[in-house]
Design a protein around this ligand. Structure first.
Ligand code: FAD
Length: 404
């Protein structure tokens, strides 16, 4: 088995994400329920099995990536979000989506103390926190030990069908394979017809210095859950093993033409905005310094959850469109690709979620204009008690959206 990697293992999103490893395969159960209501139970069960599988894999291969099954709290920071979270808790219970607990203002602040928190919804069982780069490097080691030949700095530039397989062109010659699984995320797919389905958007994050014991006491956070707020433009935040706070999200930056480029990796205006928001959330941490800033590309698709398929007569499989929730779901995506390459019908390949695909994004300049209007409308909804304007309501009806 051969793995080719254009740069280095884990240099892209997999090595620099927030480390929220979620059971959800659908960018949250609510998105899954809206799109595939009849499959929600199966999707939830497969997702939890997938998360358990990740935990078992870490134990089996001795991969230490600071894995902690803390769960995640969605917090309300605006009055209208309190009811939304309450309703979500009731709906989750009615639909049998387990593990969700509504926390009122005092209860959420007893977990993590911020004057901005008005309520919370704690998903206790469906999310783990981990160190993403340690995970990527650990998986690389496990692959090498299992005999996989890993060629880094080896971009695949073209696929062509051969009688018994596929040839992958690289700058150093061609790799011939019976089957090819593509995990190219936000980068231009080697199956060109897939490119309109994915828009690379940039997400940015800050990391503080390690908190002192006193600072930790001031925020509580003894159970170390991941958190995110409930706005359309949301922040995600968590503690690391060495007691830093990772604070990211809010801005989702799409650039005209949608490339993935090194110069997009930093965005000082977003860092300044994020830092301001951080101290509004945790005024008791005034004076804490940020030691790291970074960004990376996310493979947003219009339904926020991955799509799958084959090309070159079934010899090439792809999974992409994870939209900012791929740490856990990419493992499921890999299983789907293996099923498809084996030509097997499994409980995964029979899912409508797996058999269907999102609507593509329009070409430029319409794409940029559409994304711009959507982001503007999302900002307005956040400022107007969550009320979605006509544009967002039409998009919702069409099953289209823009998220990270
Ligand atoms: C800042 C940020 C925060 C995030 N936070 C979270 C989070 O908390 N939780 C979560 O679930 N998700 C999060 N995500 C998303 C998550 O990181 C991704 O969904 C996931 O890592 C995707 O994994 P991947 O292996 O498919 O893609 P990547 O990690 O992007 O890897 C794709 C690899 O393919 C290589 N490649 C591409 N094209 C070629 C080619 N032609 N030839 C050879 N190699 C090629 C690239 O070099 C790259 O290394 C975040 C993403 C970002 C950027």
């Amino acid at each position: 088995m051969v793995l080719i990697e254009g740069q280095e293992t884990g240099w892209a999103a997999s090595g620099r994400n927030g480390g929220f490893c979620a059971a959800s395969l659908t960018h949250g159960w609510a998105n899954g329920h809206t799109r595939w209501p009849a499959e929600l139970t199966a999707l939830e069960e497969l997702g939890h099995r997938n998360l358990d599988g990740i935990e078992a894999t870490l134990a089996r291969y001795g991969i230490d990536c600071d894995f902690e099954r803390t769960g995640e709290i969605d917090v309300a920071t605006a009055p209208h979000q309190v009811n939304e979270l309450k309703e979500a808790a009731e709906e989750a219970q009615a639909l049998g989506v387990g593990g969700h607990v509504f926390l009122d203002r005092d209860a959420v602040r007893a977990e993590v103390d911020s004057p901005t928190f008005l309520a919370g919804l704690w998903n206790r069982t469906g999310v783990a926190m981990l160190h993403p780069a340690k995970l990527a490097w650990g998986l690389r080691r496990a692959c090498l030990e299992a005999g996989v030949r890993v060629y880094e700095h080896t971009p695949g530039t073209e696929l062509s069908s051969r009688r018994a397989g596929v040839a992958v062109r690289t700058p150093y010659g061609r790799v011939f394979a019976r089957h090819v699984a593509l995990g190219t995320n936000a980068f231009p797919s080697l199956v060109k017809r897939l490119r309109p389905y994915v828009a690379p958007v940039y997400d940015y994050a800050l990391m503080t210095e390690p908190l002192t014991e006193e600072q930790r006491a001031a925020v509580g956070w003894r159970r170390r859950q991941g958190l995110s707020d409930s706005a359309n433009h949301f922040h995600y935040f968590r503690l690391t093993a060495d007691h830093r706070v990772l604070w990211g999200g809010y801005d989702i930056v799409y650039r005209y033409g949608g490339g993935v480029r090194a110069e997009y990796d930093h965005h000082p205006a977003t860092y300044r905005r994020l830092a301001g928001h951080f101290f509004r959330c945790f005024p008791q941490l005034e004076g804490v310094r940020f030691t790291h800033t970074w960004g990376g590309a996310i493979d947003t698709c219009s339904r926020f959850s991955a799509f799958f398929g084959t090309a070159h007569g079934g010899r090439v499989a792809y999974a992409l469109g994870f939209t900012g929730l791929g740490v856990g779901a990419t493992r499921f995506g890999a299983d789907v690709m293996l099923d498809l390459l084996d030509g097997e019908r499994t409980e995964r390949t029979e899912l409508e979620m797996v058999r269907s695909r999102p609507l593509p994004f329009p070409p430029e300049p319409v794409r940029s204009v559409g994304i711009g209007i959507t982001q503007w409308a999302m900002t307005r909804a956040d400022a107007n008690g969550g009320r979605r304007n006509l544009w967002l309501r039409v998009m919702d009806k069409a099953g289209l959206g823009f998220d990270s």
